[in-house]
Design a protein around this ligand. Structure first.
Ligand SMILES: Nc1ncccc1[N+](=O)[O-]
Length: 240
């Protein structure tokens, strides 16, 4: 997968060299290119923003540097199919595990990191395939949201995460929140690991884990539960 990120703060992309994302890059599974939007600004001061039409606070990012940057990137791979252009924004469609899986199948993603009050809507209309929100709060720009999305996407790339099991057992993988996890020692600070996990009875352990996931999801995210069709056994666990 190729990823291009356009931002006025390329330094924000440094974390992409670390850990899982760094390994995926080293293994050639992921090519990430950072671009400074100001490289496509045409004036001496390399300005990329201006006051909003219709008045109001703050500044809006101008269309021309964005259009020049996106053309340069989209045309940089010759006749390759156009990349999927993503704009992180609080006004976007919610980012979910399913959305991450969909994007992980794309060969080429371009993330446009807006700042200020946002990007001129004509650029969004001309270029954006997806406007995506990582949550109902306002960040100062799209860079951190891009890091979040890239982390969620990269770990789904085939072979990215050592133990493929841990992907399928992730929270949300089955629509439920993952239950509690434990490791040694069996007794810690007067608290004991649930006996079933020490029993070696894999059937009982699997049932216990599902029950804990159901209970946790019912308590913390009833909205996720509402989207699932539970069998009678699940219903009794949730009702208890
Ligand atoms: N929440 C956000 N705030 C600013 C930019 C992008 C955002 N997002 O969710 O992708």
């Amino acid at each position: 997968m190729r990823v291009d990120v356009v931002t006025i703060f390329p330094a924000y992309l440094e974390p992409l060299r670390l850990s899982l994302l760094g390994k995926a890059r080293d293994r050639g599974m992921l090519e990430i290119n950072g671009h400074d939007l100001r490289d496509w600004a045409t004036d001496r001061h390399r300005t990329v923003d201006d006051t909003p039409y219709g008045g109001g606070p703050g500044m809006v990012m101008r269309p021309d540097p964005w259009d020049a940057a996106l053309r340069a990137i989209a045309d940089s791979d010759g006749p390759a199919p156009r990349p999927r252009v993503i704009v992180p924004t609080p006004t976007g469609r919610p980012f979910t595990q399913a959305y991450a899986a969909e994007l992980a199948a794309a060969p080429w993603l371009v993330f446009c990191c807006g700042r200020y009050e946002g990007i001129d809507a004509r650029v969004i209309d001309a270029w954006a395939d997806d406007e995506i929100s990582i949550g109902d709060y306002v960040l100062s720009g799209g860079e951190v949201a891009t890091l979040v999305m890239l982390e969620a996407i990269a770990r789904l790339l085939p072979g990215a995460v050592g133990n493929a099991e841990s992907i399928t057992d992730d929270s949300f993988a089955h629509g439920l929140l993952e239950g509690p996890v434990y490791t040694r020692p069996p007794d810690w600070a007067g608290r004991r690991v649930p006996e079933v996990l020490l029993s070696g009875d894999h059937g009982a352990i699997a049932r216990w884990r599902r029950d804990e996931a159901l209970r946790r999801t019912a308590r913390r995210r009833p909205d996720l539960l509402a989207a699932m069709d539970l069998d009678r056994r699940d219903e009794t666990v949730v009702a208890a």
